[in-house]
Design a protein. Structure first.
Length: 306
């Protein structure tokens, strides 16, 4: 095997964090990957990976080889791109998204994308747990709200805000709150997402900011279950426009405290920026942005573009 293919193999192992996963990606057996890595380390005269039964981690020499090697592979890809007049999208793309939004809005786009580019294999991972794109080896991640990771590039897919809403039956029995602090008198259906502070809602109007501790006898890590409880009249729900717009239009839910803003929830596709982005990633990002163009319009409140 030549140095470039060895470098590409090592980069794949480091990205996926597993020799078995790298073997599956490359279409070979794990022993083949293990032997190639051992041969590479013997040729370089140094250990590149620390191996335990549970995980792999880079040695200092492994980090140097990976970081400098990534630039070499990027330059080679750029050269081939110039000589070949552009590479066709091909290979595997790993993309992560939340359960509900990914199932309803991302999966259909991916289906059409693979029909257009049959040489691309898309692996969609749906979870309501936070995804670390870099550490978990994803190519793209769909995220909501403001992004703080400077290593990643964000492209806006859709305008979206979170709304407080409740069923008419609930508001008939419990008059709607006039201020955020009055939420403390209501049953507020809470969705447990990630590691955010449990039971606290943050609202802003101009320079006024309110952190309201709410309570409920119903909470879930599943947004669909929480939405159904709200529709049954069990309390006030904080949920994204994309999920409740249909019920707002049909008057099955009514907005509450509409002039107060909640934390941003615009939808982004996140990826690592490189000088020469792989054709498969560039193509999928472009298709996602195109597919969501209608949802980047302002729309009318409270449903927005949804």
């Amino acid at each position: 095997m030549d140095a470039f293919s060895d470098l590409a193999l090592f980069a794949q192992i480091a990205k996926l964090g597993s020799m078995a996963a790298a073997a599956q990606e490359l279409g070979v057996t794990p022993p083949v990957v293990s032997r190639r890595l051992a041969t590479l380390e013997a040729r370089l005269g140094t250990r590149l990976l620390n191996r335990t039964t549970r995980r792999l981690s880079l040695t200092p020499d492994g980090e140097l080889y990976l970081n400098d090697g990534a630039r070499i592979l990027e330059q080679l890809t750029a050269l081939e791109h110039r000589l070949g007049g552009g590479l066709q999208p091909q290979g595997t793309i790993r993309i992560g998204a939340t359960l509900g939004f990914g199932r309803l809005h991302i999966a259909p786009v991916l289906s059409r994308f693979t029909e257009e580019f049959p040489q691309v294999e898309v692996q969609l991972h749906l979870t309501d747990r936070p995804i670390n794109l870099v550490e978990q080896g994803f190519d793209l991640v769909i995220r909501f709200g403001e992004q703080a990771d400077s290593r990643l590039t964000a492209r806006l897919l859709a305008n979206n805000r979170r709304l407080l809403c409740a069923a008419p039956s609930y508001l008939k029995a419990h008059p709607a709150p006039a201020t955020p602090r009055e939420l403390g008198k209501h049953n507020c259906i809470f969705i447990r997402e990630g590691d955010e502070t449990y039971g606290t809602w943050y609202l802003r109007r101009g320079s006024d900011v309110e952190a309201v501790k709410v309570h409920s006898n119903l909470s879930s890590n599943d947004g669909t279950a929480a939405l159904h409880w709200a529709l049954e009249g069990r309390g006030i729900l904080l949920r994204s426009q994309w999920d409740v717009a249909e019920y707002l239009r049909k008057k099955k839910l009514k907005p509450v405290l509409i002039d107060w803003a909640t934390p941003p929830a615009d939808v982004y596709v996140m990826f690592q920026a490189t000088k020469q982005m792989p054709a498969k990633i560039r193509a999928l990002v472009d298709r996602l942005v195109q597919a969501f163009e209608p949802w980047r319009q302002r729309g009318e409140e409270p449903c927005g573009p949804w």
